[in-house]
Design a protein around this ligand. Structure first.
Ligand code: ATP
Length: 593
């Protein structure tokens, strides 16, 4: 390294190691710098810290000038101060998005304007004006010097100034920082590598780069830029986002069509996942934070006006009871759970028929036609009957937006009811598991060997998330809702909950009650006989239908066959223009007069 670059590196790095010394350290070292140039450099280097003094000085000089030359301008200055302050408060949102920063800028501006007005009229030396300016500079400077984002920005600026030397030292010479952004946890930058270098070279130099940047070990992340092989994305975390529990920041999604914000990744990026027409499985040992995740999901979904929520809590309602005001239904015993799931199958069937009749493929949730999400805490406690319905929902519920969100400790085939439920879960959220093989149980076969190491998660609420579009094992931590936050959120959202749409509600009313009805619905999946006389019976029933048409249960009763078989035939008739729906869910043949 040349003497010059050595000196520059020392100068630039010194403040990060806490030796913010006087210019004595930096003055003439025998290599030709003059005191004045050195002073200029020090002033430039600390320009952000010195800004309040600079502003105070300019204000004092302006006061002197205005008093000497334009003493009569004070009324104009008063008006300009009022307008300027209002402008900062109400129009500067684009440059100062945070209210507290706008308020600070407005206070400083109004104080400077008031002082200038008085100084112009009476002279800067009149009365206590000079002392007020000095004291005001210090008082207004305190929030400035203390401001975390300003300090972070300055630290990044200095690091970037020293970037060429640092990268030369760590073996990545020739790389350039193209853009950098400071945020709450640290900063991120896009870096162009020297031609011929790739993300692998950068990753190999990662510990050295941490040392060069003076970060704590493990604070740096380097990722490939999906668009350029010679660019990398750098993430510096001054604070570990997972070091402390993360308080829930409040719901952001207004509709289930927007992704739910569940927590944050290790690189401080938000964990966002779409719950629309997707089943979800949350797994993890006791105490790993499953109920905590369910709370966050419920906090988000109860804020969406296009979702009706049903809950099953076989811990006697312990976990979901606080949300009872937001749940359209809550089952707390195995019997109630089976009934609830049977009804969900009815809703599914009615919606599927409706979609078919409308020629639509999927149910798009709106407040009038909401999605139905069934949240199940401790899935393994469901009995066989309930598991049968859940299986049916898992296989057929996506398109009609009747979906399951299930939490369980170990989703073994036994615990999941030996059906297809687990394989139908598109969203897999794995909290800490006890054994390595449990990773595959929750996340799917083969995930452990490709790096999904949920057994190494070391605190409650930490998880790995696999979902469509989320296929990299990034560690995340869920937000934590306190009991008070749950109660407050549930109370706030309860009055705005939607009701089931008339079609779905009607399917529950017209459905058969009790286990007889459940058996009918579940059998609909497996009946495989299509006797010709049943087809004839269906057609005769449609021909003889009253003006108000016949409902599905009527047609099922007339044919003695399954719901899906009846739907299928109805669709064929409808496609051929032989039948139509008189009102939603009620059918009759066209040629009936
Ligand atoms: N996101 C989180 N951040 C920090 N701590 C958490 C988080 N989630 C849960 N915890 C802590 O872990 C404890 C256990 O969480 P929780 O009850 O959600 O676990 P669980 O997996 O549902 O357990 P069980 O299976 O016994 O019901 C809670 O008391 C809470 O203090």
């Amino acid at each position: 390294m040349t003497r010059r670059s050595y000196r520059r590196t020392q100068r630039r790095l010194r403040p990060r190691y806490g030796t913010r010394t006087t210019p004595v350290v930096l003055v003439d070292d025998g290599y030709g710098s003059t005191d004045l140039a050195m002073l200029g450099r020090v002033l430039y280097r600390y320009r952000s810290e010195l800004a309040p003094f600079l502003l105070g000085g300019i204000t004092g000089l302006a006061g002197l000038f205005l008093h000497a030359r334009h003493q009569g301008w004070w009324p104009g200055l008063t008006s300009a101060t009022i307008l300027g302050t209002a402008g900062v408060l109400f129009l500067a949102r684009r440059w100062l998005p945070r209210g507290v920063e706008r308020a600070y800028a407005a206070i400083v501006l109004s104080a400077i304007g008031a002082w200038l007005t008085l100084a112009t009229a009476y002279g800067p030396g009149a009365g206590p004006l000079a002392k007020v300016l000095g004291l005001g500079t210090i008082v207004a400077g305190i929030p400035w010097w203390w401001h975390r984002r300003r300090r972070a920005r300055v630290q990044v600026e200095r690091t970037l100034e020293a970037w060429p030397e640092i990268t030369e030292q760590v073996g990545l010479a020739g790389s350039r920082v193209m853009s950098a952004l400071v945020d709450a946890w640290g900063w991120r930058a896009r870096v162009a590598l020297r031609r011929g270098q790739t993300v692998t070279d950068a990753l190999n130099r990662l510990p050295a780069l941490e040392s060069g940047l003076g970060t704590r070990p493990g604070a740096l992340r380097i990722e490939a830029d999906p668009n350029r092989a010679d660019h990398v994305l750098l993430r510096v975390l001054n604070r570990d986002p997972h070091a402390e529990p993360l308080p829930w920041p409040g719901s952001t999604a207004q509709t289930i069509t927007q992704p739910a914000d569940l927590g944050i990744y290790e690189d401080a990026g938000p964990v966002r996942v779409s719950l629309l027409r997707r089943h979800g499985l949350i797994g993890g040992v006791a105490g790993s934070g499953k109920s905590g995740v369910l709370n966050v999901v419920l906090a988000v979904l109860t804020g969406c006006r296009d979702v009706v929520l049903w809950g099953i809590d076989l811990k006697g309602g312990m976990e979901l009871q606080p949300w009872a005001g937001c749940l359209d239904r809550l089952a707390t015993t195995p019997r109630e759970a089976a009934e609830l799931l049977a009804d969900a199958v009815r809703v599914l069937d009615a919606r599927a028929a409706d979609l078919t009749a409308r020629g639509q493929r999927v149910w798009d949730p709106t407040p009038d036609r909401p999605a139905l999400v069934i949240v199940i805490d401790e899935y393994a406690e469901l009995d066989d009957e309930a598991a049968g319905y859940a299986d049916s929902l898992a296989r057929r519920g996506r398109a009609p937006a009747v979906t399951l969100l299930a939490a369980t400790q170990r989703p073994t085939q036994d615990a999941m009811g030996n059906g297809a439920v687990r394989s139908q879960m598109d969203i897999r959220l794995c909290l800490r598991v006890r054994e390595r093989r449990d990773v595959d149980l929750v996340l799917g076969q083969g995930m452990l060997v490709v790096g999904w190491h949920a057994h190494t998660l070391d605190a409650p609420g930490k998880f790995l998330l696999s979902a469509p579009g989320l296929d990299v094992p990034h560690r995340a931590r869920a937000y934590l809702m306190t009991d008070a936050a749950v109660s407050k959120t549930a109370a706030r959202h309860a009055p705005t909950r939607p009701r089931l749409d008339p079609l779905s509600a009607q399917s529950l009313r017209s459905g058969l009650n009790g286990s007889q009805g459940h058996a009918d619905v579940i059998d609909a999946e497996v009946v495989d006989e299509h006797p010709a006389d049943a087809a004839q019976a269906l057609w005769s029933a449609l021909l003889a239908a009253p003006n108000s048409g016949l409902s599905l249960p009527d047609l099922i009763a007339a044919t003695g066959l399954s719901r899906s078989w009846v739907y299928e035939r109805l669709r064929e008739h409808a496609d051929a223009g032989r039948v139509y729906q008189v009102t939603r869910g009620r059918w009759r043949a066209h040629n009936v007069q």
